[in-house]
Design a protein around this ligand. Structure first.
Ligand SMILES: *Cc1c(COP(=O)(O)O)cnc(C)c1O
Length: 236
């Protein structure tokens, strides 16, 4: 077995331990392997080792990798989606993690409707208010969720967040707690529970903490594929 298989096994072990620490069933947690910047060969290795969902954050890269690999896995879009690129991914994308405006949601709804699909989406919430990141503010999430919940070709599935990069994983915990509390408020505010059951939170630096705080989806790249030279990469 190769290095990827070993790393994947380690990540799964840690997911399991984190879940057990807080009395959760590890099967409730989906692992999205973030393959951005990584070549097809390594991605195939990961699929052979048991990865079932891949996450990409550039539309072109997602589309070309999916053309090469097909659908033995789910494809998740985890980046910032521009409205003019929606039509390229809606035909095959299992989950769009980063919806942060009604305009974008409307375009996804329109494109999904044209091809008879119902597209699952998450609302991205920018909890720290970082200018460098996308996402709606905590106070706007409720209105956006209500507006999205009535779009016929969208299926709102929950919330996603990406806190400031932590020096210490514990620094992320308060943000994960806040996303879970926001989910609770949305439910109390009338969003049906099945419309906000997913919490996509936690990356290599902090996925164990995210699981302790209720993540149902973790997005892990480096711990599976090794480090990225993000600066030198040309996106396919
Ligand atoms: C790159 C990325 C990840 C994975 O980051 P790692 O630190 O490599 O695990 C997760 N989520 C989003 C939105 C990303 O862009």
């Amino acid at each position: 077995m190769g290095e990827i298989a070993d790393r994947l096994r380690e990540v799964r072990r840690r997911i399991s331990e984190a879940a057990h620490r807080v009395g959760r069933n590890p099967d409730e947690i989906r692992l999205v392997a973030v393959s951005k910047t990584k070549p097809i060969g390594l991605i195939r290795e990961a699929i052979d080792a048991g990865v079932t969902a891949l996450g990409e954050n550039y539309v072109q890269e997602l589309v070309s990798k999916r053309e090469a690999i097909g659908d033995p896995v789910e494809w998740h879009f985890i980046g910032h989606l521009q409205t003019n690129k929606v039509r390229q991914i809606v035909p095959f994308c299992s989950l769009i993690h980063g919806v942060d405006s009604l305009k974008l949601a409307g375009e996804i709804d329109r494109r999904a409707g044209m091809i008879g699909r119902r597209q699952a989406v998450l609302i991205e919430v920018n909890l720290a208010g970082e200018a460098s990141k996308f996402g709606v503010g905590e106070d706007e999430a409720g209105d956006l969720a209500k507006a999205i919940a009535v779009l016929p070709n969208l299926r709102l599935a929950g919330l996603m967040t990406m806190p400031p990069y932590p020096e210490d994983p514990e620094e992320s915990r308060p943000y994960f707690v806040r996303l879970r509390e926001l989910q609770e408020r949305l439910r109390q505010g009338g969003i049906p529970p099945e419309r906000c059951s997913e919490l996509s939170m936690g990356m290599t630096a902090d996925y164990e903490i995210a699981i302790e705080e209720g993540a149902t989806i973790v997005r892990v790249g480096t711990a599976i594929f090794g480090s990225r030279d993000d600066t030198a990469t040309v996106h396919a």
